[in-house]
Structure formats: C-alpha cells, structure tokens
Design a protein around this ligand. Structure first.
Ligand code: BGC
Length: 417
C-alpha cells in the first residue's frame, strides 16, 4: 500500500503499542461514520460483523447527524489533532479534498489485484481515484430523487403518487383539506437542500440541474427556472407540519410509516428505515421516482486515512477488499436501501424499488441524465455546498421572495468560487 505524503500524523505511541500487542489476523480499524438511524445502524452492523468474522477488530466511531455534516466536523478535528481514524465514510469531491491535503492512504494495490475498474461504473470509479489511484472503496449507489408515500393515506383522498410537481401540489391541497399533513419534512439544512435539488431536477430537467448545481453556471443560477424552483419550495413550505423544524430525517420517515403524513422527499436510505421497521414495499409504503426523468446519484464510500502501524494498515486492506466483495455488497445494500456499487451483483434478492433504481440508473447513464447530488456532497466543494444550504434554508424559513433568494444565491456562489 503506497502512502500519500508521509508526516501527516501521528504521535500515538502508547495507543499503537497496545493495539499491536493485541494483533489480529484481519487487523484493526477504527471507523468513523454517521450511520445511526435504525436502517443505517443495521447496514453498518453488517460491515462490522463481516470484518470481525474475518478476524479483525472493529472500533466503532459513530457521529450522529443525517447527511454527515457533524461527522465531517469531527473528522477535521481528528486530523488536525494528528489522530485520524483508520477508515472514514466520505464521498464525492471530499475524497479529492482530503487526498490533496495528503491525508489519505492509497488502496490501489487492493483495487488492482481485484480489478475494481472492470466492475465499477466508470463515473463511480473516477470519484474513487486521486491522480489515477484508488483511495476510496464504494459501498453503494443511493438515489436521491425519490418520493416515499403511504398508500392508505393517499387512498383517503383518492390520489395516486404524482408524476409532476403540479400533480403533487394538487394532491397536497386535497390532503391538506382533509386535515392530513402532505409532506413529512425535517427542517435541517441538508434536508432542505435535498428537497431543493429534487425540485430543481423536476422543474428544470437534467441539463438545468447540471448547469446550475454542478457547473455553477451563472445564467442558470439566475434564470427564471431557478425562480420557479424557489416558488415551489415556498409552496412545499405550506405542506409541512408545524413541528418540522430541526426534525431528524428518520423521524420524518416514521411520520409516513405511521400515516401522520402522506409523502417524504428523500433518498433511498429512507427505504432502509421502512425495511428496518418491518414494512413491505408496494404494500405498506410506495416508492416512486420524483418528477424529473433522471437520476440524482449519491454513493457512500470509505476512505482510508494515513495511519501508521502494521495492524492498522492491514485492517485498511482487509476492509477495502471486504467492502468491494460481491457478497458483502449484496448483504449491506439489502439493509441500506441502496443498490450495489458493483455492476456484477445480481439484483434477484432485491425489491422493486431497488430494481427500478437500477433500471433508471442504466437509462440515465445512456441518456446522459445522471447527475451528482449537490446536497449529498457529490457535486461541488464543501464550501460551495455550504452556500447553497445557507440560502435554501434561509429562504425556506422566512418570507424571502424567490427573486431575492436567487439574487442571494448568485452572490454567494460568486463569492465561493
Ligand atoms: C448518506 C446516506 C445516509 C444519509 C442520511 C447521506 O448523505 O449518503 O448513507 O443514510 O445521508 O444520514
């Protein structure tokens, strides 16, 4: 395993001595992640178990907080203190940002020996590499643009899952008139941004999404379409319950489960939540792609950080190889709600939501409508994402006009570039 830039680390003499005296066949990993909800904990539990089954020692470092913002703050503090975790749930441009800082270990020898290039979609393989070498191992493909619905609640107003935002609004009005909360939402910046990017895709299509949220094209950012996106956000604000502020995403999912609300707009980690509660897709809950006819990509991956000590380095290799093994990719993703990152894992054991995700992903790759998630750190640097989140959240929680939101967004992105 070739290491990037020596010297980032690590004066943890005593800790290392203790670790090496308890050496295990599969090495030791300390894993920093943010998988703490019911479905997430079940999925990461599969990883822990498989690692331990191979004789490894797993030190769990969960940092609660959906979307991973708290985890990223904790990671920064650990690296600055010279004590990075061995493996970190990290993704998108964040992988490159840490690699540029010289903080990550290269796992290219494992990747080459196992020929990862031949089993990963090229778009994903690209994200996992720095200067042509693998520095991250992907666990899954999550889709962000989903609507989750409670069929019994929809039946009360004689509605189906909508396929345009106009239809969504019409159904939401009916639900509201019947005293039902149309949209389960958690008012946290990353959740606001998740809804925002799904609306942007639905109203503007993949080209607009790519220009505005990935390429940061000023014309797209200040366009009438962007004004309409904020208009729809304002409309959605009228469909959430009074207790939305600060709510965790999995509690919003529970509202759909319990029939307290009709819909949630969320990535398919929400399906992991329904499944962990014993709910059956197509019966207890419905999944449908949100309007947009495209696919917003979010992929979780693990990055190995630059650490010293043979046992930890061994742990990193074992973990990287385990993550990419076909058997693990199946077990993990059945629990997580996502689909495997590897293209050669059969989906026979997966439900119809997963099969739909795979079908639409393939169509989006051929039709050039696959776009990376801005809200989930797949599209733009963290600093730029932060600007989007600030404006979107401020608009959602005030009476700011759409025009003003657009002006603020343009100014903020210009500043951040
Ligand atoms: C991650 C998912 C996670 C979700 C909520 C997303 O950014 O990719 O794995 O379940 O945040 O915490």
């Amino acid at each position: 395993m070739r290491r990037f830039k020596k010297g980032m680390a690590l004066a943890f003499g005593l800790g290392l001595l203790m670790a090496s005296s308890a050496a295990q066949a599969g090495g030791t990993v300390e894993v920093l992640h943010w998988w703490t909800s019911g479905g997430e904990a079940k999925a990461v539990g599969e990883l822990k178990k498989s690692f331990e089954d191979q004789g490894g020692t797993w030190i769990d470092s969960p940092i609660a907080g959906g979307g991973g913002d708290a985890a990223m703050t904790a990671l920064r503090a650990r690296v600055v203190a010279g004590n990075p975790p061995t493996a970190v749930q990290l993704k998108g441009p964040g992988i490159q940002e840490w690699a540029v800082e010289g903080a990550v270990a290269d796992i290219d020898d494992v990747a080459m020996a196992e020929d990862w290039d031949s089993v990963l979609p090229p778009v994903l393989a690209e994200i996992m590499k720095y200067e042509g070498k693998y520095v991250a191992a992907p666990v899954n493909i999550h889709r962000v643009d989903w609507l989750w619905a409670n069929p019994e609640v929809l039946a009360k107003v004689g509605a189906d899952v909508p396929s345009t935002w106009d239809e969504f609004n019409a159904t939401a009005e009916k639900l509201k008139a019947a005293g039902i909360t149309p949209l389960a939402h958690g008012g946290q910046p990353w959740q606001d941004a998740t809804v925002f990017e799904v609306v942007a895709l639905g109203l503007g299509g993949a080209d607009f999404y790519r220009k505005a949220l990935v390429d940061l094209d000023m014309e797209a950012l200040k366009s009438d379409t962007m004004v309409k996106v904020f208009d729809q956000m304002r409309t959605l604000r009228g469909y959430v319950d009074p207790g939305f502020s600060g709510r965790d995403w999995n509690l919003a999912t529970a509202m759909v489960m319990n029939g307290e609300a009709a819909f949630q707009i969320m990535g398919d980690w929400a399906k992991g939540e329904f499944l962990a509660a014993g709910k059956v897709p197509g019966e207890d809950f419905l999944c449908a792609p949100a309007p947009g006819n495209a696919f917003i990509l979010n992929s979780d991956s693990f990055v190995m950080f630059e650490v010293s000590g043979a046992e930890r380095i061994e742990g990193q290799k074992v973990l990287a190889s385990l993550i990419m093994s076909p058997g693990f990719q199946e077990t993990f993703n059945l629990a997580k709600g996502s689909i495997p990152a590897r293209v050669d894992v059969a989906l026979d054991a997966f439900d119809d939501c997963a099969k739909k995700s795979h079908e639409d992903l393939t169509a989006a790759m051929t039709g050039d409508s696959l776009v990376p998630s801005m809200a989930h750190e797949m599209a733009v640097p963290r600093s730029v994402r932060g600007e989007f989140l600030d404006v979107v959240t401020e608009h959602f929680n005030s009476d700011m006009t759409s025009q003003e939101a657009v002006e603020r967004l343009v100014a903020a992105i210009q500043r951040a570039m």
